[in-house]
Design a protein. Structure first.
Lengths: 586, 262
């Protein structure tokens, strides 16, 4: 295994976490002392509408998040002026409003793609200059404000225990939350901003010392968490959060033992030290990759991974970044993913916004890999929402965006095969013969499966080939094989949107009128709404489709062709109420 | 040190003052007409909910008068709250708390200076806590905490001190020390307004203001504190002590009024 500290993306992550640790030391104590932990958590989470706006209008996500956080801070400060509203209630009211606004903007105004989720789950492995600048600004502002206003904040909190009204403190916490959001995501920002200060509070009784210890603890937890994440190959934000939680629990137990039985204190300290060592030690070295003359390439999604493995065969090592059944829309890279990208000669991407994170991942990993966007030269393309009798046919909704689920049309898969073949040969001319043979074999296989799927679906009369899916991922499939999609439970190609009550009612009406026999939940999404609609209308929801991802690696659905065959079989079974079955050899 | 005010000049004066909390239909206090001059010790007698804390809030400016007049002399008044209301879990030493007194008279960009720290130490010495400057506030005894809060008001260096039941629930040595200190502060020319339930103590001060939502009486305790005034001030919560002419009030102190007002 190579030294993580030598990798540029790892170095940037360390610098970022150290900057955030100083913010945590300076502001965390005020958050804990003034009872602002819920606010600190909420102000980051409430950045959602800002992110959706930034995504939809095309400006920087960080500005969007910070703008939303500032508006939220101002609204809370305004509510707090009215003494009848308590601090937490004010925060909860504004948070709920912000989240609702985010959902409405995402579903009904922009129909936005996955970038919102990506920011809610920021990554320490994908830190760029904007994130570093933001964290540095937050650290400097926190240091200056603490130096000048610290005595005042201290006096205010002592006199009035409900005094949350220092607007500068409120605004600074918003800035810190957005900085942490970019690094570890909104859901884990609290682990960096609040937990270290809460931990040291158990032992330290004086303010400057409390701030220094908190900064030191946050820095230690951050760096150790990053190293653990690297060794165990888990997302670093989660590693740091878990570590911070464990340290808090251990310190709390040690303090409790010390209070009850002072003589046991040395024992408690020893235990604490030992468990810390155990945590650090369990990150065992997973050994290096056997180096060979094979070239290494990376693939972003499960489908692209399968395709590149088929074409590359034994000639290439394929690092696939997304795992089966994980959503392409929300993804946090693991250290090995970044390491894999850094070591790759080519990164194959699915494109069309489905894996937009890949470009950033390549850039931040310091990799010189060539990015091959397989969506760039496809013979068949459909716009989002095309070929789709939507329940409430919105007024010519033209997104002009191309539906990213192109592989569901097997002619596209065939074209992509050729593209992968060309790119691999260019990277490793010595393996040309082997790669060409693999690609020829795969193209033949694609043709065979394509014919079988068509034959299978032809068993159902054309006017009965009606389906309702979870989200609009199947237009390439339905258009190719003459299936009519009557609508989708989620109203956009993305899984961000939420259906409105009116949309669900219209969809149910349509299902009854058109006698749609089956609704198809998707393997990677929560099937609750699909099942609800199915039981309301008497349609079946027993057959699962593979839309965004493939099945488990060893299952028949673990390959693109296997998944498409499974989709065809499921549709036929669903459309005929289980009467018609077919076998497809893939 | 502080701007000495000559005896005879009023530090606070009100005329038919009334104050009402936002949303309340009736004023919490009304018809309050009194004055505290430099060097005077004024006792403020009244039952729980009688408006003692409301009057303090009006004087500190936290609550605007709804009618009548309220005039303040030089400087911002220093409030010494009940020590029971202070946060014991706060990460500060006695010195840190005393130093908080300097914050209110400094402009926002100024940190407490070396001179402010020296003044804080001196104030702690005056309340007899020179040996406890570095003790965590929450670890001090109730009486010591009350003395730290008085020291904080001394650092504020205000000519007018508002004392909210400073003797409630504190130990005898602390009580003696504070009583002597209050006399000394008055002799220096400061004005003192002290909320209390102790009628005997009120008799020994210069003036007494009796208040039960409206003003009952204001003046020299020897003339004002008649049985009738005390009964009107405390209503029926007055009980005669057996074998004694003086009266006792139940309950002796309170700590609920701020919350009840919200």
């Amino acid at each position: 295994m190579f030294d993580p500290f030598a990798l540029p993306f790892f170095q940037r992550g360390i610098v970022e976490i150290l900057l955030l640790a100083s913010v945590s030391g300076l502001l965390g104590v005020w958050i804990v002392l003034r009872g602002l932990a819920f606010y600190a958590h909420a102000v980051g989470t409430a950045a959602v509408p800002g992110l959706v706006l930034a995504d939809g209008l095309g400006f920087s996500a960080i500005f969007g998040a910070f703008g939303a956080a500032l508006v939220m801070a101002a609204l809370i400060a305004l509510l707090l002026r009215r003494r009848s509203v308590g601090g937490d209630s004010a925060t909860a009211i504004v948070l709920a409003g912000a989240l609702a606004l985010g959902v409405i903007l995402a579903s009904d105004v922009f129909g936005s793609q996955g970038s919102v989720d990506r920011l809610l789950f920021g990554s320490l492995l994908a830190i760029g200059t904007p994130e570093l600048v933001l964290a540095a600004v937050a650290a400097l502002a926190a240091a200056a404000a603490t130096a000048i206003l610290g005595p005042r904040w201290l006096a205010a909190g002592f006199t009035d225990r409900n005094g949350n009204s220092d607007s500068l403190l409120i605004a600074l916490i918003a800035l810190a939350a957005v900085a942490a959001l970019a690094a570890v995501g909104a859901l884990l920002a609290t682990a960096i901003l609040v937990v270290p200060a809460a931990t040291t509070r158990l032992i330290i009784k004086r303010l400057p010392a409390w701030q220094l210890t908190t900064a030191a603890l946050a820095a230690a937890e951050g760096v150790i968490g990053m190293i653990l994440a690297y060794q165990l190959n888990v997302p670093p934000g989660a590693a740091i959060a878990v570590l911070a939680g464990i340290v808090f629990a251990l310190v709390a137990v040690a303090v409790l033992i010390h209070q009850r039985r002072p003589r046991l204190a040395p024992l408690a300290l020893t235990l604490l030290g030992l468990s810390a060592l155990a945590v650090a030690g369990c990150g065992s070295d997973d050994g290096g990759e056997a180096s060979s003359s094979k070239i290494t390439v990376a693939a972003t999604t499960t489908q692209v991974g399968d395709l590149v493995r088929e074409v590359g065969g034994d000639a290439v090592t394929v690092k696939q970044i997304l795992t089966p059944n994980s959503e392409a829309h929300d993804y946090e890279p693991r250290p090995n993913d970044v390491g894999a990208v850094a070591a790759s000669k080519i990164v194959f991407a699915s494109g069309l916004g489905l894996d937009a994170w890949s470009t950033k991942l390549v850039k931040e990993s310091g990799s010189e890999a060539e990015v091959v966007d397989l969506s760039s030269g496809l013979p068949v393309s459909h716009a989002t929402g095309e070929g789709e009798a939507h329940a409430d046919e919105k007024e010519g909704e033209e997104h002009g965006e191309t539906d990213p689920h192109w592989w569901h049309d097997l002619t596209n898969l065939e074209a992509a095969t050729t593209e992968v073949e060309t790119a691999l040969i260019a990277a490793d001319p010595a393996a040309k013969d082997q790669i060409t043979a693999n690609a020829d074999a795969y193209r033949a296989k694609i043709k065979k499966v394509d014919e079988q799927i068509r034959a299978c679906l032809n068993k159902v009369p054309a006017n009965e080939r009606l389906i309702v899916t979870d989200h609009d991922a199947f237009v390439y499939f339905t258009e190719r094989y003459g299936v009519t999609s009557k609508g989708a439970v989620f109203p956009s190609t993305s899984t961000q949107g939420q259906a409105s009550a009116g949309e669900v009612a219209a969809l149910e009406k349509l299902i009854r009128e058109e006698k749609v026999k089956a609704i198809f939940p998707e393997s990677s999404l929560n099937p609750a709404l699909a099942e609800r609609i199915a039981s309301d209308t008497g349609a079946s929801s027993d057959y699962t489709l593979y839309g965004d991802t493939l099945g488990a690696a060893d299952s028949p659905e673990g390959t693109v062709l296997g998944a498409e065959a499974a989709n065809a079989k499921a549709m036929v079974a669903g459309m005929t109420g289980g009467k018609e079955r077919c076998t497809i050899e893939s | 040190m502080h701007d000495r005010v000559l005896s005879g000049e009023p530090l606070v004066r009100s005329n038919r003052l009334a104050a009402r909390y936002p949303g309340a239909s009736v004023p919490a206090i009304s018809s309050i007409t009194f004055a505290v001059e430099a060097g005077q010790r004024v006792a403020l007698l009244g039952p729980n909910g009688g408006g003692k804390s409301t009057l303090f809030r009006a004087i500190t400016g936290e609550l605007a008068p709804s009618s009548g007049e309220l005039e303040l002399g030089v400087g911002h008044p220093a409030l010494v709250p009940q020590s029971e209301r202070s946060r014991l879990d706060y990460p500060v030493s006695a010195l840190d708390v005393a130093l908080m007194g300097s914050v209110s008279r400094l402009p926002w960009w100024r940190r407490p200076s070396r001179a402010d720290r020296a003044l804080a130490r001196e104030s702690l010495r005056r309340v007899g806590l020179e040996d406890e400057t570095n003790t965590t506030f929450g670890e001090l005894s109730g009486g010591q905490r009350q003395r730290v809060l008085v020291a904080r008001a001394l650092v504020q260096d205000s000519p007018l001190l508002l004392l909210d039941e400073p003797f409630a629930g504190i130990d005898a040595p602390s009580a003696e020390l504070l009583a002597a200190l209050f006399d000394q502060l008055a002799a220096e020319g400061r004005g003192l307004l002290m909320a209390t339930h102790d009628i005997e103590q009120a008799r020994s001060w210069d003036l007494v203001l009796c208040c039960n939502r409206v003003q009952i009486a204001f003046g020299d305790p020897a003339q004002v504190l008649t049985r009738e005034v005390i009964e009107r001030t405390y209503g029926s919560s007055l009980v005669p002590l057996p074998g004694d002419e003086s009266l006792a009030i139940t309950p002796p102190h309170h700590h609920d009024h701020f919350e009840a007002d919200r």
